[in-house]
Each structure stands twice: as structure tokens, then as C-alpha cells.
Design a protein around this ligand. Structure first.
Ligand code: PEP
Ligand code: MG
Length: 585
């Protein structure tokens, strides 16, 4: 038995058998086949392609059901490619003429095609090159003892353990086959962790070197509440965790009793709780838990799960559907936050040296104006169907904001000339997620309708700690006097200018921070929909005086440790039975 401490990325306690997922091919077998083997090899090729197509079709349907049509498009595109004769014919030829074995023939042809696409020097073709390599991995995996097959053959739901998983890999795993995810890489606010929480599956990330300690079928316990993993647990530990899991399940069930209740403090202060979503289908969860709207729609996920940039019509449909589902509740659409770890690096022939400090978010949009304008057209057109708010990410200078607003004006003029309906006065706001913006919040506040504080990035840029790097995860915390100073400055600036300030970083869904955030003056939080019941329960257990007192106390501390301990103590004191578990992480 061994215990490993990782980072609790998505709540829930489960135990079960492990399935290790790794990179598919590493050593492709190569041999010259005999004349009499040719038919057999070509037969294997076609059977494999059929198998891959079946798996892709299932993935497409599954993803469509779980995450909506937009997210499923990536698989439809892959299916099309695998049916394309211009890809298959050369593979057959190589088997027939050069007597290559099927693994080698597949590898050579996919590699050649990928190189051809990449050499075209265009971003769209470069993205295609990556798709081809993705497909190559899938087909080779099937030929050589494949992952999907292993997932399909599973007789019981399993815990997936991998070095690293991308958001789209996670979205593709059938929910009925997985009870938890464990990865060696990653941080709490990394985008894969965000998808784990969107799926509602327990997950622990940042478990260094765990994969080499495990084999398929080994039993482990995953505690997504505390981040603990127990390898090969004995009977006593299992029974301890069983009790913890039962207690946690009871608490969660009880929490859902608040679904129909308001998020209001005991002395009557109403807190708006909005949902952070990546896909329109998540609105259902926001509404189920009684959320007041969508405070952060990460629209770039539409691009991340699609092989071609979605056109204006596709974007419009997604935004419109989201807005309609919300039935008059506000929807804050964040313009594309591409760059850094999201998509653009793979499209460059020479990746940026420091992508998180590079062409990211609003900077990327301002340098790709046709793409930006297309998105703004889609958002504005959708704004005719309900309250839509536009939010720019990663704004670090006033010039960026002014430029972005000018482009919004341009797009409005175009739509007006074309006689297309839109809201002429949409609320326009910015994320405060860079120290420069937080420090200059007073100035920014005079030019926007709202602020949303993005602590996920604000922490990484203030403390110079990569949010997705497990090696420095111990240094990554919002309970930092420096970060809280910037948050406070932003709230004050918002109040002074009489604009709404909300917070949409992951701490909005962490009960340890709820009292502090209210005490600092926030009245709107936007969080992962599954956490709404818990945060609502905390809100319904406190009064403003208690929160403000805590904020004052914490404001006088100068160490992360003191702040963290004090926040946890207060939560535990509030209701040890219900909140104790969340105060120990
Ligand atoms: C943030 O940075 O806090 C945020 C909410 O945005 P994202 O996590 O998408 O970077
Ligand atoms: Mg951010």
C-alpha cells in the first residue's frame, strides 16, 4: 500500500481498477512481407479502418449527447478523412508494391501527408497536419493493441491513469466506462482539470511518477476531494474511505436541497451565482442548481473541439442556443482566449518561447481581426435573442481595450447597414487577470461596464507560477497577500466607478474562499456549475458581518500559510459536519 498526494481537480471519492493509457505507438514494427501475405495485410488494413470508423462514430454520438453538436464535430471530420481514397490508396499500394507490412505502410503515408500539409505554410493546413498525426495514432493503436479497444473491452468502470490528457481526449472517453481520472501532469486550474469538472468525474492531477508504480487492473482509491491516491489499499483503508465517500455523498445530496433556494446570506444579502461553461449543454446544469446566468462562457472551446475554425453561422447558433436556454438570464460571452496552451502553438512552424507571455487571448484576436470580427458578428447577432454581455480576456493595456471596443463599433455599423438585428447597447467588460489591469483598475473602470476577476491567471502572473505545472503547484495559491491585494484594488475601483465586479476564477467554486470574497465586497461569483449547491450552502450559513470580519483579519496577514489556515478554520467552524471535509485539503 502506498499513498500519493496529488492535486484535487474534481470532487468525489471512488475506488476501482486502473487502466493505464499511454502514447499509442512508439516502435512501429517494419518488415518486408511475403507475396502470399499481401491479401491478409490489406484485409487487416480495412478491418482496422472499419473498426476506427465505428469507434469514431460512437465517439461522435457520445460527445454530441454529452457536450453538444459543436464538440462532436472533430470526430465527424476524422471519419471523413479515414474514408478518403487519397489516403487509403497509397497505403494499399505500398503493401502491394513495396511489400510493406500494414503498420509501416500506414505510418509512412500518414507522416508524408502530415508533412505535406505542414509545408503549405498556412495555419489551417498546419492544424490539419496535427489531425492526421492524431488519426495515425488512432489507427496504429488499433493495429498494435489499441487503447479504445481496451476501453471498450472493459467489463467494469475503470480509473484512467495517464501521464497527460488533453481536454478533447477527456471529452472522448465514454462516461459509462470511467469513474475517475488520474494524471501525472497538470494543475488545478489547467484546462484539462476544467473539463474534468465540467464532466463531473472525480479527478486528481499532478501525481508525479504514479504511472510507473501501477499496472492495468491494480486497485486504487481516488479522493478527488483531498487529492489523495492510495495504491493497492488494504481492507482497513478501504473501509475508512468507504465511510468518507458515504459522508461526502450524503453531504452532496443534502447540498442539492438548495437547488431551488436563493443564494442569500442569513442577513439578507443576495449573492448572484453564475456558471462557468465551456459548451452550451452545460447550461442545463447551471439551471438545475438554480444558477442566475452564465458568468463566463469560454467560447474558445468551440474552436478547440473543431478541426476547422467554426464559421459565423456555427458560432451564432451556439451563442444563440446558450442565450435562449438561459431564458432571460444574462450570458457573458468571453471572446476567444486562444494562445498559450490553447491551440495556436500547434499551428505555428516555430512555437513561441514563452506562450503564456505571448500572443494570447485579446492580443491574438487583435492580430487576427477577420477571425475576431466574425466572432463579434456572431455574438452581436445572438444578442438579439437575450441579454448577452461581451467580455475581453487578458487585457493588459488600455489601448487593447480601446482597440477592441472600436472593432465592436465597426461590427455594429456593418450589421446595421446589413439590416441585421442586434442589441445596440450590449454590456462590455474585461477580465481582470493580469496585474497591470488590476493595478490600473480605476482607469479601466471608466471605460467598461463590468469587471470579472480571473484569479486563475491573476495568480500565475502575479506570483510567476505556471498554473498548469505540477512541479510548482505548491507555490500556486490565491491565498496570497499579493493576489488578494490586487483583487481588493479591483473591487474598490469597480465600486468607485459604480460598475459590477464579479470573480470567475476557480476560487469562486472553492468554499474555503467564499466568506472572504463576500467580505471583500463581491456580490457576483461565477463558478463551475457542479459547485453551485456547495457555495450556496456556505452563503446561506453566513452573515455579512462575519465575512467582513474575516476579510479584515485576512487582510492583515502577510503569509500565504496564515491566510490559508485562517480561511479553512473559519469554514470548519461554520459547520464542521458539512464543511469540515472541504476545509482540510
Ligand atoms: C481565469 O484566468 O481566472 C479564468 C477564469 O479564465 P481561464 O481559466 O479560462 O483562463
Ligand atoms: Mg484566464
Amino acid at each position: 500500500m502506498e499513498r500519493i498526494k496529488g492535486i484535487a481537480a474534481s470532487p468525489g471519492i471512488v475506488w476501482g481498477k486502473v487502466l493505464l493509457l499511454g502514447e499509442a505507438e512508439t516502435h512501429v514494427p517494419r518488415r518486408i512481407i511475403l507475396e502470399k501475405e499481401i491479401t491478409g495485410e490489406i484485409d487487416r488494413l480495412h478491418k482496422t479502418l472499419e473498426h476506427a470508423l465505428r469507434a469514431l462514430a460512437q465517439l461522435r454520438q457520445h460527445t454530441e449527447r454529452e457536450l453538444g453538436a459543436d464538440a462532436a464535430k472533430i470526430f465527424a471530420f476524422h471519419e471523413g478523412m479515414l474514408k478518403d481514397r487519397s489516403l487509403i490508396d497509397p497505403i494499399e499500394n505500398s503493401i502491394r508494391v513495396a511489400h510493406a507490412n500494414v503498420e509501416a505502410a500506414v505510418t509512412d503515408q500518414f507522416q508524408k501527408l502530415s508533412r505535406q500539409f505542414r509545408s503549405m505554410g498556412n495555419e489551417i493546413f498546419a492544424a490539419k497536419a496535427d489531425d492526421i498525426l492524431d488519426l495515425q495514432r488512432r489507427v496504429l493503436g488499433l493495429l498494435m493493441g489499441e487503447e479504445e479497444d481496451r476501453l471498450e473491452r472493459l467489463s467494469e468502470p475503470t480509473i484512467i491513469v495517464a501521464h497527460e490528457l488533453t481536454p478533447s481526449q477527456v471529452a472522448a472517453v465514454p462516461r459509462s466506462k470511467v469513474i475517475a481520472f488520474v494524471t501525472e501532469a497538470g494543475g488545478l486550474t489547467g484546462h484539462t482539470s476544467i473539463v474534468f469538472r465540467a464532466m463531473g468525474v472525480p479527478a486528481v492531477v499532478g501525481c508525479l511518477n504514479i504511472a510507473k508504480k501501477l499496472q492495468d487492473g491494480d486497485e486504487i482509491i481516488v479522493d478527488g476531494d483531498s487529492g489523495e491516491i492510495v495504491l493497492k489499499p488494504d481492507a482497513q483503508i478501504k473501509s475508512d474511505f468507504q465511510k468518507r465517500a458515504e459522508q461526502s455523498a450524503r453531504v452532496r445530496l443534502k447540498l442539492e436541497e438548495t437547488d431551488s433556494l436563493e443564494a442569500i446570506t442569513t442577513d439578507g444579502v443576495r449573492i448572484q451565482l453564475h456558471g462557468n461553461i465551456e459548451f452550451p449543454a452545460e447550461v442545463e446544469n447551471v439551471l438545475k442548481h438554480g444558477g442566475d446566468g452564465v458568468g463566463l462562457y469560454r467560447t474558445e472551446f468551440l474552436f478547440l473541439t473543431s478541426d476547422t475554425p467554426p464559421d459565423e453561422e456555427e458560432q451564432f447558433e451556439s451563442y444563440k442556443n446558450t442565450i435562449l436556454m438561459l431564458k432571460g438570464r444574462p450570458c457573458t460571452l468571453r471572446t476567444l482566449d486562444l494562445g498559450a496552451d490553447k491551440m495556436t502553438q500547434e499551428m505555428l512552424s516555430e512555437p513561441e518561447r514563452n506562450p503564456f507571455l505571448g500572443l494570447r487571448s485579446i492580443r491574438y484576436s487583435l492580430q487576427h481581426q477577420p477571425m475576431f470580427k466574425t466572432q463579434l458578428r456572431a455574438i452581436l447577432r445572438a444578442s438579439a435573442f437575450g441579454p448577452a454581455r461581451i467580455m475581453f480576456p487578458l487585457v493588459s493595456t488600455l489601448m487593447e481595450l480601446r482597440q477592441a471596443k472600436l472593432i465592436v463599433r465597426d461590427v455594429m455599423e456593418e450589421l446595421e447597414e446589413e439590416g441585421i438585428a442586434f442589441d445596440p447597447l450590449p454590456k462590455i467588460g474585461i477580465m481582470i487577470e493580469v496585474p497591470s489591469a488590476a493595478l490600473m483598475a480605476r482607469t479601466f473602470a471608466t471605460e467598461v461596464d463590468f469587471f470579472s476577476i480571473g484569479t486563475n491567471d491573476l495568480v500565475q502572473y502575479t506570483l510567476a507560477v505556471d498554473r498548469g505545472n505540477e512541479r510548482v503547484a505548491n507555490l500556486y495559491t490565491a491565498a496570497s497577500p499579493a493576489v488578494l491585494h490586487l483583487v481588493k484594488n479591483t473591487i474598490r475601483a469597480g465600486r468607485y466607478a459604480n460598475i459590477e465586479t464579479s470573480l470567475c476564477g476557480e476560487i469562486a467554486g472553492d468554499p474555503v474562499f467564499t466568506m472572504l470574497l463576500i467580505g471583500m465586497g463581491l456580490r457576483t461569483l461565477s463558478l463551475v456549475p457542479g459547485q453551485i449547491p456547495l457555495i450556496k450552502r456556505v452563503i446561506r450559513s453566513v452573515n455579512l458581518e462575519l465575512c467582513e470580519r474575516l476579510a479584515r483579519k485576512v487582510g492583515s496577514f502577510d503569509s500565504e500559510h496564515q491566510i490559508q489556515t485562517s480561511l479553512r478554520d473559519e469554514l470548519r467552524k461554520l459547520d464542521p459536519a458539512n464543511f469540515g471535509g472541504w476545509a482540510t485539503a
